[in-house]
Design a protein around this ligand. Structure first.
Ligand SMILES: Nc1nc2c(c(=O)[nH]1)N[C@H]1C(S)=C(S)[C@@H](COP(=O)(O)OP(=O)(O)OC[C@H]3O[C@@H](n4cnc5c(N)ncnc54)[C@H](O)[C@@H]3O)O[C@H]1N2
Ligand code: MOO
Length: 415
């Protein structure tokens, strides 16, 4: 597994990264910054109050202060404060010139008001020092500072700060173009009402397109192709023209109709691996090649030829395809986060490292999340994917250790 992951990481790094300048609108979410975004001004721009209260001259020695005006968020008091004076101010209001602190309203007593109930004079209950409750200009961000670093995925927080500084567009990594293709003579279209005996619906195709969508990639649904060598070759040649990465399912094992590897070789591609010590996904295959299209310079393209079993195709996509497209999309951390979880039940270990689908119990007051397996883990069981939140990373069995017991902890990949 380590070797396979390293090969894919290196291939991802070799493929050329493409950039584009895009508007700062909701379509930006999920893309990765391809340049540092720089603040255009100080934040805050002026001195601003952090509390509702009174802007005062802290060391004027005056017990009673005359209220000479109001500064609210959005409406500035333009005068200059003198000793013995104060201005009523709200959170976010600009602190007037001459004021050196803001006293919270609950730390003051109104000693004189007019008939309308407006304060004319106040007394401060406690001593207040210079700078209290004031945000200084640039105290959060200085003009020219980096506010979103290259390689950061734009989420709501990054989107928010770009908007706060009025940044209208940004350079991002272009997402790779991914095509999903299903191979197999037994596959029928999804709208088939009466599926003949021996045939099955192509569920891998829509499932993998949906998986990429979950990770922010609009993969092309490349449809189905029979197991015929020439048909697969034609389909792949056509798809390579428009894709950076092709993900196929089926036809990579030992059967007489398993032609994928031969097709990849006939297209001039190099097979980096065609069997991985993992479960599910033993026949998982990865190939790459410099492909020339319409006389242009050859470019590196990658084909992930995944096993047809639905659980194998999905798990291999999580382990290999998602990290690859994330690398190509500019992610600094392309792999799934790992954590330790506690087993809710005994699990038998196998001869291959196994990626077991599981869901997590709410942590409650437990130390470590508890993981429940999603039923029968045979690679053909598409139901084992339903509700999966993590992949338990089970080691191979060793002499004297054929099981992991309930309550033992194990590493898990968070999906
Ligand atoms: N003699 C051996 N036989 C098998 C081996 C082996 O090492 N030696 N490996 C087994 C393992 S492990 C797996 S996994 C499968 C993978 O086989 P293929 O990748 O060649 O896949 P297919 O044979 O085409 O299909 C397997 C299974 O999945 C169903 N399938 C295929 N495509 C779809 C789809 N688009 N949607 C839903 N289901 C699909 C297909 O009907 C088969 O039932 O090979 C073992 N055999
Ligand atoms: O490796 Mo296969 O994916 O277990 O059935």
């Amino acid at each position: 597994m380590e070797e396979a992951e390293e090969i894919l990481t290196n291939l991802g790094k070799q493929m050329c990264h493409k950039f584009e300048v895009v508007d700062v609108d909701l379509n930006l979410l999920g893309k990765v910054a391809g340049e540092n975004a720089i603040s255009t001004e100080n934040m805050p721009r002026t001195r601003v109050s952090t509390k509702d209260g009174y802007a005062v001259v802290a060391h004027d020695g005056a017990k009673i202060k005359a209220v000479i005006g109001v500064s609210l968020a959005g409406s500035v008091y333009n005068g200059v404060l003198q000793p013995g004076q104060c201005v009523r101010i709200s959170t976010g209001g600009v602190v007037p010139e001459g004021a050196s602190a803001v006293v919270m309203v609950e730390h003051t007593i109104c000693t004189k008001s007019n008939d309308e109930g407006e304060e004319l004079e106040i007394q401060i209950k406690d001593h207040v020092s210079d700078g209290t409750n004031i945000r200084e200009p640039g105290s959060e961000t200085r003009k020219g500072e980096t506010i979103v670093r290259t390689g950061t995925k734009i989420g709501s927080a990054e989107f928010g700060i770009l908007n706060a500084f009025g940044i209208k567009n940004i350079m991002v990594y272009k997402r790779p173009i991914v095509t999903v293709i299903s191979t197999g003579n037994e596959l029928v279209n999804l709208d088939c009402e009466e599926v003949p005996v021996g045939m099955i619906r192509d569920s891998n195709g829509p499932q993998l397109v949906a998986l990429f969508k979950e990770y922010g990639i609009d993969a092309i649904a490349g449809g189905r192709v029979s197991d015929d060598f020439e048909c697969i070759k034609e389909k792949l040649s056509q798809s390579l023209k428009q894709s950076d990465v092709i993900v196929t399912s089926g036809g990579v094992s030992m059967g007489e109709k398993d032609n994928l590897k031969e097709v990849l070789l006939s297209l001039g591609m190099t097979i980096h691996f065609g069997r991985v010590m993992m479960k599910p996904g033993l026949p998982c295959t990865v190939a790459s090649g410099q492909i020339q299209i319409d006389g242009a310079l050859p470019t590196l393209k990658i084909v992930l030829a995944l096993p047809g079993n639905p659980a194998s195709a999905w798990v291999c996509s999580q382990l290999f395809a998602i990290p690859l497209v994330r690398t190509l999309s500019g992610y600094v951390k392309p792999r799934h986060t790992q954590m330790r979880v506690r087993l809710a039940e005994d699990i038998k270990l196998g001869d291959r490292p196994e990626y077991v689908r599981a869901y997590l119990e709410d942590l409650g007051n437990k130390q470590c999340p508890v993981a429940h397996i999603t039923g029968n883990q045979i690679s053909s069981n598409i139901g084992s994917l339903v509700g999966a939140e993590v992949l338990l990373m089970l080691p191979v069995k060793l002499d004297g250790k054929e099981y992991m017991s309930k309550d033992e902890t194990v590493k898990a990949m968070v999906l």
